[in-house]
Design a protein. Sequence first.
Length: 292
Amino acid sequence: MRQQLGSWFWAVRPFSLSASIVPVLVGSMLAVHHGTFHTGLFILVLFGSMLVQMGTNLVDEYADHEETQSEGKFLAPHKVIARGLLTSQAVRLGAVVCFGIATAIGVYLVLRTGWPLALVCLASVAVAYGYSAGPLPLGTLGLGEPLVFIFMGPVMVLSSFYVQTHTLTWPVGWLSVPIGCLVMAILVVNNLRDIDEDRQYGKASLATIWGHRVAAGVFCGLLIIAFGSVVMLVVSGAGPWIWLAPLLTLPQALTLARQVLQGRERAVFQQALQGTASLHMYFGLFLAIAIV
């Protein structure tokens, strides 16, 4: 039983879940700043967001194994099928359960807030599933980076705020940009790490299409936009000076930029990947705390 739970732990990739937690946290804290907050709705949105990402991770694991059988690929700890820890059928069922519960939560939230949220929920689940599965997986067509930016940045932040307040404001949209930039940066460095494997299996990404130099430049550009957008919002007077708290993570961002620009080895990009995920988490936490 303990071994089985450990296998599912790796399969859902909990180390990546900050990507679905941070946008909800920032959007919800902006609702607090706006004067409205419902704890029950916050928990449901957070749980639903995490379930969608866990379902996406399971679909990715299932689809990747079915397509390539992991031949010649680096067997990361989350490759539970290739390692013989879980069967393909179990992983597929796990994805169905995650998306099923997330859909039920989405239906309830739509009933509480209105039909516009239904469009967002349907689009999010469709993209989450279609990212790795289907006849033309979106993540293999060079659409991974922009889709991650849109749906794990502005869409999630604005939706979390809308569920609480039933309205939208331009500062919320503005603050969703750095969150989207940093989660996209995670994917960019992930694809830089896997560039050789992705080219071997014909997966299109920013890194495989344009190469290391351009992808590394985009990574640095995303960091500049993330920090610059917060500074511009405060300088414009739309937010208090304490909203500059995420600048505390700037030294970490500079270190990561050097790693990505100079790195060539897989181990270096793996380290940068972990660091970028950490940067996204701490940037979001500092921002959320500063907002309230």
